[in-house]
Design a protein around this ligand. Structure first.
Ligand code: GLU
Length: 297
């Protein structure tokens, strides 16, 4: 089982798209913001493909995301990590670190209709872990952290999420376990991601602690880009993919993304040089306390 990389002197950020589709304006703003932020701190920007869900994620989307980021000058540091190749690591952490707090569950969706959090029907049944989904008992206490954009957060993950599923009955590791293991193992110190994930963050903090992984030092949950109906842009609601097929298009995308992020404009130049300017000018102040970056489409 690999042990965490501790290199706390250098800030480490990451962009962690799920390749269930191509990048859209929402994911572009997350990539741009996390890049500019971590580079403004002199840090490293890692890229991780969150493709554990092999039914929904497609290698061609990963390839397109890599091409788009490269065209935009958003060059990552180090090797790209693919979660689909790290199943054994997540399984090891599950068995080694969560043996006492995780348990197998055979409840169907129908059994659980009407419950907000899992009513622990299977806790204590001692079901085999093979062929069943695995849940973990999240702590029943308030977990508190400072989000640099959204302010202090204090949430009891047991009351809001309950015993979340870490591994599905078909063997697929859920996002929540994979993200916690990888942020810990990759020594990520600064997480900047969409506000839609904020409800999971105290649970991630608690789980990383249970996994004996180093804590993330700094959190930012970014306001979201919405569509014309006020929904978060997502592949599910058919957000338009970005087109990075020419330098002019990349320049326009960078300008547009920085504008949505309420950053001062940069001079038209190569994408790489535009990003150098954006890093120098990076200022998170206008994003503080905001839930929405803007609407599009
Ligand atoms: N993979 C998640 C997504 O594409 C992001 C996870 C994260 O940044 O923690 O929405």
């Amino acid at each position: 089982m690999p042990s965490p990389l501790i290199n706390s002197e250098i800030p480490i950020g990451r962009f962690a798209p799920s390749p269930t589709g191509e990048l859209h304006l929402g994911s572009l703003t997350t990539a741009l913001a996390s890049y500019c932020h971590i580079k403004s701190l002199g840090g490293r920007w890692l890229l991780r493909m969150e493709d554990t869900d092999t039914q929904r994620c497609k290698p061609e989307f990963s390839q397109q995301i890599l091409r788009d980021l490269d065209n935009l000058g958003l060059h990552h540091d180090g090797e790209v990590i693919y979660q689909s190749q790290r199943q054994a690591i997540y399984d090891d952490y599950l068995h080694d670190k969560l043996a006492d707090t995780a348990y197998a569950c055979e409840c169907s969706r129908k059994d659980l209709a009407g419950f907000n959090v899992y009513p622990r029907f299977c806790l204590g049944k001692g079901l085999t872990w093979i062929g069943h989904k695995i849940r973990v008992q999240l702590p029943d206490r308030d977990v508190t952290f400072l989000d640099n954009l959204q302010g202090w957060q204090s949430v009891n993950p047991q009351q809001t999420l309950g015993d979340v599923v870490l591994k599905r009955a078909d063997g697929i590791i859920n996002y929540f376990l994979a993200v916690s293991v990888d942020d810990g193992l990759q020594g990520v110190t600064h997480i900047m991601r969409g506000l839609d994930i904020l409800p999971l963050t105290t649970a991630q903090i608690a789980l990383m602690d249970m996994l004996d992984l180093p804590a993330v030092r700094s959190w930012h949950h970014l306001p979201l880009v919405q569509n014309a109906y006020g929904q978060k842009l997502s592949k599910q609601n058919l957000a338009q993919p970005i087109d990075t097929g020419s330098v002019q298009k990349c320049q326009a995308l960078i300008q547009h993304g920085l504008g949505l992020l309420k950053q001062p404009p940069v001079e038209m130049d190569t994408p790489e040089r535009m990003l150098v300017q954006a890093v120098v000018q990076w200022d998170e102040t206008p994003l503080k306390g905001q839930a929405v970056l803007g609407r599009t489409g």
